[in-house]
Design a protein around this ligand. Structure first.
Ligand code: ARG
Length: 811
């Protein structure tokens, strides 16, 4: 493609000479000055002065007359619109405004417009001219034409013309093409379905705009658009530039800004993006100036998008650079559907890109019977805040939410079903939302506190204190202490022991039916069986967070807000660059003033797990001190913080007391952050395996980090990932001279070439379970060199330390 077309290299002068579409304001003629005899010149000057004085007073007179007596002097007003034509199809020739088919169709459309304006007494009076600017595929065998119509309207009549234009829109929609058929020759008739016309943004027709230029870009192959001169020089003054972006049929245009640096005042310089090929106000989806603080990324509703840049005279800045591409039109996977399982995540379409306009998605969430659903929106930027949320909104069980919400918003249902609808209207889009849902047992919906009958949660110390704290007095009901041979329910009720396990919910919180053995479900406990919180054991291998409730108390599916990879697609030695956001629990541990030193894994908003050997004092280096460390989360390229990056100070380090410096036994440490990190799709905890979680030999696992990419190499910049296999400890001990203890596990590729290395320590060995949830199998600990043949990597076996982790962090 011609680089000029893309605005890649743009010398304004050069463009002016080349472009036939340019429109200039009339500039004064340059007169030739010749030398004449002095007397003649003096006479000329006198004459000139007199003439100038006369014409000046004449001009002043005319101006006064015009403005004071003739206030209704006509002014130009430009409307832009689109017309949907049902009996015409889009031809590829229509992408070229110079092609014969374009010119022919354009003239038909102009005639059609003329006919339409002529049917209206107001419009016909002031109409000047129309020009067709572009065509696009209107879908289902129709053609969309984009046009501008100029009117010359006396000031007081402007409003009535606006109204007339508006009414035209409706007329075309309801009467279809009647006007067209009546007045155009039958063979030229256009079956007009809908017309949308609106006065153009006045900043786009300002008389100071010297240059108007359009670029036509097909986005199929992807590429880059940048403002003229970017980034070496500022964009030119007084220009209106527009890029008409088209995708293939059944595709959408996607535009991702890498940088945008414009003047701060949007009245002066701005970019404006439309879900259309003409700057029709109803289809404006974004306007930006200054330096936006967040990601600017847009997706169209159809296969076209218009990007415009308008600048004024003063203060020019570097401009912008943006990537374009096309994505399939088909409803994206993240737009609606049925969500089952007791935990999960979903987001608005294309999140974290802005959602497209004119989109609607419905998710139906269904969790296990007997539980309720809780949806937590950790990001919520949906339209503008309004009372009725009539434009862009999220509707949860019939209640609408809109606007931007800082922090997180949680909505709960009373049943195991919840429906979430997302809707965007024609104009102005936002980033959307990211949500996680979770099933909860209604009686557990007040963790740590007393649940009133009306659903309120009150401090459990207020229960039976003689004061109605619930408002329905339920905290003061049944307050007698239970007699010794009577069973005390979880909700403090007392029921007869004879009612235990009789299949009836006598406590009305189910607690008298919890610890009952059901045939088949419960086995006697062995060392390898999973133990539910109620002390019962399961036969099933790795039942935790597998999406099925196996324990009667559902404790196997509790605390499962972990281990999901929103960006999963398909340094480390022998690895490859990971995708941004693919390993949202990977943390870079940095020594203050020195940078990256170790990896770690996020376990919750507050806790990290790393290797004890990372936090040992070394000579004068006090690595065991919390204040020496900073944790960086949400990072992809080590040296480049992005909008997801979060830094936290470390407030506490708990290294395993029995870490052995010589054998590296018990190489595990916890780090507490000074404040919670926000959880989102770039920062998300990994699941901890239960003490009996099995990671059989041969199972696939992933190592990730910014460590060296070869033995004695330096730390990498893009987070690397590599696939390794779990190796049985008996095989491993043969290779590693019996140095592998029960607290360690081996993983690697025995033929060599793939391994963790210096700088990866403390980071995760992640195992993706069959249902997609990721468990922390190991912590990068040690090795014999890196990636040597028959020398696998050695990891701290996390399941062995599950209890230790709980004891020291409460997780
Ligand atoms: N101890 C190293 C560190 O501090 C990590 C060693 C891992 N080595 C290996 N070959 N797997 O970063």
């Amino acid at each position: 493609m011609d680089p000029l077309e893309m605005g890649q290299k743009f010398s304004l002068r050069q463009e002016l000479d080349r472009d036939a579409n340019l429109q200039f304001l009339p500039a004064p003629d340059v007169r030739k000055v010749e030398k004449r005899p002095i007397l003649q010149r003096k006479l000329c000057i006198v004459f000139g002065l007199v003439a100038a004085a006369v014409s000046l007073s004449l001009l002043t007179g005319i101006l006064v007359w015009r403005f004071h007596l003739h206030q209704d002097m006509a002014k130009p007003r430009v409307y832009v619109g689109s017309m949907s034509i049902a009996n015409q199809r889009f031809l590829s020739d229509y992408e070229d405004p110079d092609s014969k088919p374009f010119v022919k169709m354009a003239s038909l459309v102009s005639q059609q417009l003329r006919v339409m304006y002529d049917t209206n007494t107001v419009l016909t009076k002031y109409f000047q001219r129309s020009s067709v600017e572009a065509f696009s595929d209107g879908g289902s065998d129709s053609l969309t034409a984009y046009y501008r119509s100029e009117f010359s309207i006396p000031e007081p009549q402007q409003d009535s013309v606006d109204v007339a234009v508006q009414s035209l829109q409706m007329a075309a929609g309801s009467q279809k093409s009647r006007q067209g058929r009546v007045l155009l020759k039958p063979q030229h008739s256009l079956n007009v379905d809908a017309v949308v016309t609106k006065a153009i943004d006045p900043r786009m027709t300002s008389s100071s705009l010297l240059v108007k230029k359009s670029f036509n870009v097909h986005v199929r192959e992807g590429g880059v658009i940048q403002s003229p001169g970017f980034p070496d020089s500022s964009y030119p003054s007084n220009v209106y530039l527009q890029w008409r972006l088209r995708a293939d049929a059944a595709h959408r245009v996607r535009l991702d800004f890498q940088k945008l640096i414009l003047e701060d005042d949007c009245q002066h310089d701005f970019v404006k993006i439309y879900d259309s090929l003409a700057p029709i106000e109803q289809t404006a989806i974004a306007e930006h100036c200054g330096i936006p603080q967040h990601l600017l990324s847009f997706v169209s509703s159809g296969n076209v998008m218009l990007l415009t840049l308008v600048t004024n005279k003063e203060k020019n800045f570097p401009g912008f650079i943006a990537n374009f591409s096309q994505v399939p039109l088909e409803p994206p996977a993240d737009c609606g559907g049925t969500l089952s399982g007791d935990v999960g995540q979903f987001s608005s379409p294309y999140f974290p890109s802005s959602y497209p306009p004119r989109t609607s998605c419905v998710w139906n969430i269904q969790v296990s019977k007997g539980k309720s659903v809780k949806v937590k929106f950790s990001k919520f930027y949906v339209g503008n805040d309004s009372i009725d949320c009539s434009r862009d909104y999220v509707e949860v069980n019939g209640r609408r939410l809109c606007g931007s919400k800082e922090g997180s918003t949680t909505v709960a249902s009373r049943s195991n079903l919840m429906s979430v609808k997302f809707n965007s209207d024609w104009s102005y889009v936002h980033q959307g939302f990211f949500a996680a849902f979770e099933a909860f047992i209604p009686s557990d919906s007040c963790p740590g506190s007393f649940r009133c009958s009306n659903g309120w949660c009150v401090d459990s110390r207020l229960h039976c204190d003689g004061v109605d704290d619930c408002g329905d007095a339920s905290d003061e009901e049944e307050c007698s202490a239970c007699a010794p041979n009577v069973f005390r329910c979880k909700n403090a009720r007392c029921v007869s022991r004879t009612t235990l396990c009789d299949g009836k919910d006598d406590c009305s919180d189910g607690s008298d039916e919890f610890k009952c053995e059901k045939s088949g479900d419960v086995t006697t406990c062995s060392d390898s069986s999973f133990r539910c919180k109620n002390g019962h054991c399961l036969d099933k291998v790795n039942p935790e967070c597998d999406g099925e409730v196996d324990c009667e108390d559902a404790s196997d599916e509790e605390a499962c807000q972990c281990g999901l990879q929103p960006y999963r697609s398909s340094r480390i030695v022998g690895g490859e660059a990971s995708q941004e956001g693919e390993w949202p629990w990977q943390v870079s541990l940095q020594l203050v003033g020195q940078g990256h030193a170790c990896g770690a894994s996020l376990l919750s908003g507050r806790w990290l797990l790393t290797a004890a050997h990372c936090v040992q004092d070394k000579g004068s280096a006090r690595h065991s001190q919390a204040d020496q460390w900073e944790a960086v989360l949400g990072q992809h390229i080590l040296s480049q913080p992005n909008e997801w990056t979060v830094r936290r100070k470390v407030s506490r380090i708990v290294a395993h007391r029995h870490f052995d410096q010589f054998t590296f036994d018990n190489d595990v440490a916890l780090m507490q952050l000074d404040s919670d990190v926000p959880l989102n799709q770039h920062i998300w905890p990994i699941c901890l395996p239960s003490p009996t979680h099995r990671f059989p030999a041969g199972q696939e696992a992933w190592i990730t980090g910014w460590g060296a990419s070869r033995e004695r190499g330096v730390a990498g910049s893009v987070m690397q990932k590599a696939k390794v296999g779990i190796i049985s400890s008996s095989v491993c001990n043969i290779a590693m001279n019996n140095e592998v203890t029960d607290g360690m596990m081996c993983a690697g590729v025995l033929k060599g070439g793939v391994d963790a290395c210096q700088g990866d320590s403390g980071g995760p060995l992640s195992v993706i379970s069959p249902n997609g949830r990721v468990f922390l199998a190991g912590v990068v600990s040690w090795g014999d060199g890196c990636a040597r043949r028959n020398k696998p990597g050695i990891y701290t076996r996390v399941s062995r330390y599950r209890k230790w982790i709980e004891e020291h962090s409460g997780i």
